[in-house]
Design a protein around this ligand. Sequence first.
Ligand SMILES: [Zn+2]
Length: 291
Amino acid sequence: MLKNIFISIFFLLTTTLAQVKVVTTTTVIYDLVKNVGGDKVEVDYLSRGDQDVHFLEVLPSYMMKLREADIFFQIGLQLEMWAPQLVDGSRNSSLKIVYLSDAITPKEVPTTKVDASQGDVHPQGNPHYWLDPYNAKSMAEVIYLELALSSPENDSYFKKNLDAYIKKLDNKIIEWEGKMSKLKQKEIIFFHSSWIYFADRFGIKIAGYVEPKPGIPPTPSHNAEIIQLIKKKNIKLIVTEVFYSDSAPNQIASMTEAKVLKVPTQVYGLENIKSYIEMMDYIVKQITNHG
Ligand SMILES: [Zn+2]
């Protein structure tokens, strides 16, 4: 009896030790890691789904999360300008940092050097590539490769999970493309320039942004330009993310016929959005219902 208990504890300990410890910057990456890693990974995230990942406050508790981690997955393209400070503070010399942006083709890469003093938060190109589900597949593949490198004994387990998840995503992509097809070439105003990958994938057009530049708050003169644009082109929708102030979009909407839609662009951006697929379902549903 006692021997059996010892054996059980031994197995419990070794399986716990065999887990890959992962930290992600965003909840979308967190969800992909959970899908591929299953119970062979222990994963945590830093930026909550209802926070603006561009401007995360550097907290000692985040450094603690990174202290014991094996892999730190980031979006890259300088979305997480706060991350290097956390890595330094973690004093974890064996931490492997993986930029998932290496797996995708970046859009809107500046051809001239962007002056950071102007406040533009996309100096290396547009980092919001996860809103194209084809890119989510590429992200999941890199996550698989990294988990398999870190824990080769679980390679076939991770591969099986990856294949199942890609199949699920492929079916969803067909559904999303079908629903979005009725909005082909439709012009929409967005708050922040998070949407180029989504728009290109699903064939909608970005008429303009409420922010004068990525990360620069709305101004009265730019709002006036957007109001003119909406009236001229008879635009019906202003789409913004849940964590942005909706005062400028609401003001613009009150002067036009356009409606403001607030959507999550991260998992847990709204309480009932618990996965990447649920998040994309929600965005597609909202935009097609009101577009
Ligand atoms: Zn951005």
